[in-house]
Design a protein around this ligand. Structure first.
Ligand code: ZN
Length: 76
């Protein structure tokens, strides 16, 4: 699969750290599976992974804490 950003590099399976800033807190999810370009470093999430991240973020909205750090492999 070619990179959608630079259209030159190859997308390789990798793990990344996802960071999000919500209305009232920060979220860091470690070990998120992604495809990463070996040229420009752009990262792409599969639809199933993006959905999982969304559901994790949804569940976190209800918890009143400032910073969350979690591992994707244990949250999944
Ligand atoms: Zn690229």
């Amino acid at each position: 699969m070619k990179c959608l950003s630079c259209k030159y590099g190859d997308m390789k399976e990798a793990k990344t750290t996802y960071f999000a800033q919500l209305n009232h807190c920060y979220v860091i999810i470690e070990n998120v599976p992604c495809l990463k370009c070996d040229q420009c470093g752009d990262e792409f999430f599969a639809a199933s992974v993006a959905e999982k991240i969304d559901s994790i973020l949804d569940s976190l909205e209800k918890i009143a804490s400032k910073i969350f750090i979690m591992d994707y492999t244990t949250a999944a």
